[in-house]
Design a protein around this ligand. Sequence first.
Ligand code: NAP
Length: 259
Amino acid sequence: MGRFEGKKIWITGASSGIGKATAQAFSAMGAQLLISARRTDVLQKVKEECAHPEHIDILPLDMEQHLQSDQWVKKALAHLGSIDLLVSNAGIGQSGTVLETTNEVERKIFEVNYHGHVALTKSLLPHLIERNAGHIVAIGSIAGKFGQRKLAAYSASKAALIVYFESLKEELKETGIKVQVISPGFINTEVTLNSLDAQGKPLKRNSKAQENGMPADLFAQKLIRALESDRFHRYIGRKELLAVPLHALSPRLFYKLLG
Ligand SMILES: NC(=O)c1ccc[n+]([C@@H]2O[C@H](COP(=O)([O-])OP(=O)(O)OC[C@H]3O[C@@H](n4cnc5c(N)ncnc54)[C@H](OP(=O)(O)O)[C@@H]3O)[C@@H](O)[C@H]2O)c1
């Protein structure tokens, strides 16, 4: 069972993909879980499919409604008693040019992928500071490290998330609270299917890159291993991760290859 046995872990975006696989992996390790997303019925199915459903509670929430984050944390603490680890994972993709994408979509992407994570973390922090313990891991993206066509809002939201949590990590340096970001490459989940098009409708089609991506259960194992590390920012994926150093080294070559 290992070092997560009995640990109290809250996972957002746990109804699908990375969050679901992470919940399954932690449950198999004997952790006590609280799983969140918008779809309660799907969360219930995830719970039933986990190794120890008796140690899992459900807290439905919509990250867009993050003004309620204090209430969510209150409820989370009522379920778990205390929180050892927050996996701040809920997120939504986007596909559309800057010209076509409505401002409503631009805002929604930031509300879910950035402001929701920020609000939840701020509401949780007093509890962690009181105990001088705890761990927050935010799920970024390699897309947060460079701009791409039709991904401006998504990439910008992930870039903001990464830098925000890096700042928080520095602020909490002298405390017992650990802050990390894990940035996936291509992971085989529903993220592209659920991405919003320029008008805010779900894309409902997958990409080859996504389908050929790392299986979500393998990602979850690697994520859990990365939590043991002292590195603030880890990337998990396959050869697509080369995009990050290539872009840093030669943006011109990077965009030539991407094109
Ligand atoms: N898969 C990849 O290749 C990849 C790459 C880089 C980064 N990521 C990041 O990894 C995270 C997980 O994505 P995934 O790949 O597992 O995609 P996914 O299969 O689409 O899962 C996304 C999860 O987020 C939840 N969610 C979406 N909007 C929400 C909202 N407004 N409020 C609460 N929960 C919400 C969804 O649940 P409900 O629909 O039930 O609310 C679902 O559980 C995201 O932050 C994503 O940006 C993924």
